[in-house]
Design a protein. Structure first.
Length: 78
């Protein structure tokens, strides 16, 4: 682990240039692996457009920030 920390730049360079796989061990046990990342296919960009049919319009005079009165609450919530 200590050697990997002190030689990280060289290890990454070996992975990049030579396609090497570097295995890092702690106390003789493998704990991590540095491998070259292969770029995958580009994800398609989804351009979402609002649907005007889903537009919310409130009734005239309705204020959605106004608290509900007692008679607007269902019976089971009182």
């Amino acid at each position: 682990m200590h050697e990997a920390k002190s030689r990280l730049s060289a290890l990454v360079k070996a992975v990049e240039e030579n396609d090497e796989v570097v295995v890092i061990c702690r106390n003789g046990k493998e704990v991590a692996e540095i491998i070259r990342r292969r770029p995958g296919p580009a994800k398609p960009v989804r351009r979402l457009v609002p649907d005007p049919a889903l537009c919310v319009t409130f009734a005239p005079g309705y204020d959605p920030t106004e608290p509900a009165s007692e008679d607007e609450w269902p019976e089971e919530c009182r």
